[in-house]
Design a protein around this ligand. Sequence first.
Ligand SMILES: N[C@@H](CCC(=O)N[C@@H](CS)C(=O)NCC(=O)O)C(=O)O
Length: 334
Amino acid sequence: MAGVLNIPPAPISQPILRPNSAKKYNRILFVKSMAQSSDSSNSSSTSVSTKLESSFSAPENFKAPKPKPFTPRSDRIFDILSASLALIFRLGTGALVSGYSASFVSKKEVPSDQYALGIAGFKVKESSKLGPRPEKPIEIYEYESCPFCRKVREIVAILDLDVLYYPCPRNGPNFRPKVQQIGGKQQFPYMVDPNTGAAMYESDAIIKYLVGKYGDGNVPLMLSLGLFTTLTEGFAMIGRLGKGSSYRPSKLPPKPLEIWAYEPSPFCKVVREVLVELELPHILHSCARGSPKRQALYEKVGHFQVPYLEDPNTGVQMFESADIVDYIQATYAR
Ligand SMILES: N[C@@H](CCC(=O)N[C@@H](CS)C(=O)NCC(=O)O)C(=O)O
């Protein structure tokens, strides 16, 4: 049985500035967020209808695999190597959260209920200095192989934000029209902050907004180099040959999937690609090095490794990138 979610045209609640003029942080559009706008009584004939399937279950005989840190599945080694190229072109931008610091301590100094990466008989104790935390996830409309979208995903990792991503692959039938409807044009990335009502296009404007609200106000160097930033973001994607950019028919679930991940991890990249191609909305709990969410996940499931997926539509919870990709395809691809 299919349900229909009518997304009403976003009521404009505050001063409007043209979306393409949102170059400056203080020149922003205010719209009601998608997450807030579930009241379909507002909908009009111009609203975008998103068809949702109502019942999903895990594939037959599904069994969650055991986590195997830093080990690609043997048939996916090339995928992981090609996704790792980005780390070189972007000098690891997004791998560490704001104010990251680390110290090596002996294994005995870290209690067993505390997350710490083990290296060569030592443990790495990591910490961060994060800005104010948003109450609700930031909403971002974007797609994987767009260099401007990647810039925004890197700042999301650095600021350690949780984001509700609405994938907008080429020919995607659902969220591209939605951006057109709420922002006025199909341009990506497009961000809505349901905490403030701010909404804007333009990667640099989004980055400036996010560091101002949820960081220390400073744009990291690797994100502030203009053409150099854009070019290296483009080169970062060469290895993946356009993966995560074009729509593949899918069944949309009623609830967003939840994933613990961070932008530069090659293991996380391959999962994001399939989420985007199948246009599956997902809440990404960003977990770059130094993120306090690493400890939170460790406490929640007794282990830390990313990617980690929780699917509220089927109850599946799992580690292991290659198996997560197989699971998502088996459950949601048409
Ligand atoms: N076999 C796993 C490997 C995943 C993995 O090793 N992820 C790294 C991040 S790139 C991790 O979580 N390492 C543990 C840590 O950082 O503490 C997969 O394919 O998902």
